[in-house]
Design a protein around this ligand. Structure first.
Ligand code: DX5
Ligand code: ZN
Length: 217
């Protein structure tokens, strides 16, 4: 069964605990926390202080997606705030191997994210180090954007490499996932779906999550 990682980016920020409760009740697999700095992406979201204050409110696994220029400087703060998985963008890291080692030394799971125009080939040599590769299916910065279809080929390519090299990593897809695009992503090989607006703007949040969870490879 595919794993669902709701993104709180488009939820009601004035009542985050309650918004998290809504998805927690539906037995989602993790919570996706989008960290934006206004430099790497044209939007600002929230930082380690918010993550820290959410930590005691839920037992959900915290999937922290760093869309920031200077990720290295924030690994310790997000780790101490309660991240379980820290994902950095390949486009922002000068010495990715070193960044990945730092995340691991903090005892966290480690992920690398690729923008829609970054080819899968760029991440291949790092794959043995990774728990997750996240493929963006929108240009990061905002929730509610349209799914970029070309990610489907990248999912397939990554899945084939994983099989060939017998690697143990999950493929996470982030951006523009709704009932239609979720099926396409899962069919191509996605293991984890990040879903923001399709959950938080759904008429029936519970039914939407149930439907998404039941998509299988
Ligand atoms: C985009 C973020 C995503 C996004 C998901 O910059 O990384 O996590 O908010 O939201 P939807 O599902 O609305 O595209
Ligand atoms: Zn994200």
């Amino acid at each position: 069964m595919v794993k669902i990682a709701p993104s709180i980016l488009t939820c009601d920020f004035s009542d985050l605990t309650q918004e998290i409760r809504k998805v927690e009740k539906e037995n989602v697999d993790m919570l996706h926390l989008d960290i934006m700095d206004g430099h790497f992406v044209p939007n600002i979201s929230f930082g380690p202080m918010v993550v820290k204050s959410l930590r005691p409110k839920t037992d959900l696994f915290f999937d922290v997606h760093l869309m920031i220029e200077n990720a290295d400087e924030f690994l310790v703060p997000f780790s101490e705030a309660g991240a379980d998985l820290i994902t950095v963008h390949i486009e922002t890291c000068r010495d990715l191997k070193n960044t990945l080692n730092k995340i691991k030394s903090l005892g966290k799971k480690v992920g690398v994210c690729l923008n829609p125009d970054t080819p899968v080939e760029k991440v291949v040599k790092f794959l043995p180090e990774l728990d997750i590769v996240m493929l963006m299916s929108v240009f990061p910065g905002f929730g509610g954007q349209g799914f970029i279809d070309s990610v489907l080929k990248k999912i397939e390519k990554l899945k084939a490499i994983r099989e060939k090299d017998k690697l143990n990593l999950d493929i996470e897809v982030d951006g523009g996932i709704n009932i239609k695009t979720a099926a396409q992503a899962v069919f191509s090989g996605a293991d984890i779906l990040v879903v923001g607006s399709a959950i938080y703007q759904a008429e029936n949040l519970g039914q939407t999550i149930k439907y998404l969870k039941n998509l299988s490879h």
